[in-house]
Structures are given as C-alpha cells and as structure tokens.
Design a protein around this ligand. Structure first.
Ligand SMILES: Nc1ccn([C@@H]2O[C@H](COP(=O)(O)OP(=O)(O)OP(=O)(O)O)[C@@H](O)[C@H]2O)c(=O)n1
Ligand SMILES: Nc1nc2c(ncn2[C@@H]2O[C@H](COP(=O)(O)OP(=O)(O)O)[C@@H](O)[C@H]2O)c(=O)[nH]1
Ligand SMILES: [Mg+2]
Length: 210
C-alpha cells in the first residue's frame, strides 16, 4: 500500500500571478543537470530548484515528511509525486516573494503524471531540456562524484536502480514532451562548456524577455 502522505494547503495565487517562465531539466542520474543549471543561473539569473536537493533537505530537517523519504531514495525508487510537488511549490513561492524571474526545475518531472500534475496545478513549462548521456558514461560520472558527494545513493547498487527507474519512468517523460514540441534534446557527452553552448543557443531563443 502507498504510504500516507502528509499534505498542507498551499496558496499558489502569488506564483500564478507572477507567471514567470518555467523550464524542466531532465536527464539520467549524473547527466550534468546540476552542473549546467549552475551555469544557467550565472548567465540568466533564473532560480534553480533541484527536486533531489529539496528532498535531501527535507530528510535532513528531521520532519515527519522527511522520515518517509530516506528509504525510498536509498532504494532508487521515486518519492510519491504529491510530496515532491508540495516541496517544489513551497520553494517556488519563497523565490517568487524574493522577485524570481523564472525557474529551472532540475530532476523533474520523473514520471509523466508528475509533469501533468505540476502543469495542471501551477503552470505549463516553457521548454524541457533533456541531457542525453549513455548509461556507461552516467555510471562513470556518478562513481567519480561518489568520492566526494557524501550522497547515500551514490553507490553502485543504488546507481543501477536509479538507472532502471530512469529508463522505466522518466524516459517516457522525454517522449511526452517531444510529442508536445517542447523538448530540447542535448547530447551531453561532451565538455561542460560545449554543452553549455548548446543550452545557451536554445535558451536565447525563448528568454529574450527575461
Ligand atoms: N522528482 C523527484 C526527484 C528525486 N526523487 C528521488 O530523489 C533521488 C535523488 O534525486 P536526484 O538528486 O535528482 O538524483 P539523480 O537523478 O540521480 O540526479 P543527480 O545525480 O542530479 O543528483 C531519486 O533517486 C528519487 O528517489 C524523486 O523521487 N522525485
Ligand atoms: N565529463 C563530464 N563530466 C561532467 C559533465 N557535467 C557534469 N559532469 C560530472 O558528472 C557528475 C554528475 O554531474 P551533476 O551535475 O551532479 O549531474 P546530475 O546528476 O545530472 O545533476 C559530476 O561529478 C560532474 O562533475 C560534463 O559535461 N562532462
Ligand atoms: Mg543533481
């Protein structure tokens, strides 16, 4: 049975009224989402929200909601979509109060239903950036990151499960946004700067008003 999820009522009016652009950032674990988001923030001043970081912060906070998450994340499975959506909404509202010009929602959506629920409750994404990297490269990068990340899920067993979850649940997200004409597929096997060049070329087309 699915775990019971604690939910609060969240007033989204200020977020909807701001109507700022929203970009989803999708890619396998270790595909460079976080690395590219840092560079996008430096150039465009968008607000970067990593859904994985929000979940890890919730775990660290010791809240009852956080306690439910540790086991799921260490198993490489997906946290119930309502939990992630509530955390994302709360973080977006705080950023909007501070005058955010738009959002990079990193590691999100992880499943088609998650994207649909976000878009029906908040707003449609402007574009979905997909960092396309072969599994073999992902494993190599994650094992490299494991040496310093301190993340409980950067170990070979969990990495394999995260890759499985990506293929089964998240790959359909890529197809879904492709069919809506919103997907930007970026070959992300190259250097950080080469990949950022492609990112900029695509964002410049839609962010002239930011
Ligand atoms: N929308 C999301 C984001 C994250 N997670 C959970 O949080 C874990 C870590 O997510 P994240 O930090 O995004 O990890 P990766 O995709 O592996 O990518 P990264 O390496 O960028 O941190 C996932 O395995 C999953 O259990 C989730 O369920 N739903
Ligand atoms: N070779 C190479 N390594 C990268 C690139 N981008 C990120 N990395 C490394 O790959 C690992 C995962 O990157 P990260 O940004 O955390 O990816 P995420 O899991 O998608 O957020 C880190 O160790 C990065 O230093 C890239 O373009 N090329
Ligand atoms: Mg990341």
């Amino acid at each position: 049975m699915a775990p019971t999820v604690e939910r609060k009522k969240i007033d989204l009016a200020p977020l909807k009224a701001a109507n700022v652009p929203i970009f989803f950032i999708v890619g396998g674990p270790g595909s460079g989402k976080g690395t590219q988001c840092d560079k996008i923030v430096a150039k465009y001043g968008l607000t970067h929200l990593s859904s994985g970081d929000l979940l890890r912060d919730e775990v660290k906070s010791g809240s009852p909601r956080g306690a439910q998450l540790t086991a799921i994340m260490e198993s490489g499975a997906l946290v119930p979509l309502e939990v992630v959506l509530d955390l994302v909404k709360e973080a977006m509202l705080i950023a909007i109060e501070k005058g955010s010009k738009g959002f990079l929602i990193d590691g999100y959506p992880r499943e088609v239903a998650q994207g649909q629920q976000f878009e029906s409750e908040i707003q449609e994404a402007k574009l979905v950036l997909f960092f396309d990297v072969a599994e073999e490269t992902l494993v190599k990068r994650l094992l490299g990151r494991a040496e310093t990340s301190g993340r409980a899920d950067d170990n070979i067993d969990t990495i394999k499960k995260r890759l499985h979850t990506f293929v089964t649940s998240t790959a359909p997200v890529v197809d879904y946004y492709e069919s809506k004409g919103k997907l930007v597929r970026i070959n992300a096997e190259g250097t950080v700067d080469d990949i950022f060049g492609v990112v900029v070329a695509n964002l410049d087309k839609v962010t002239s008003k930011i």
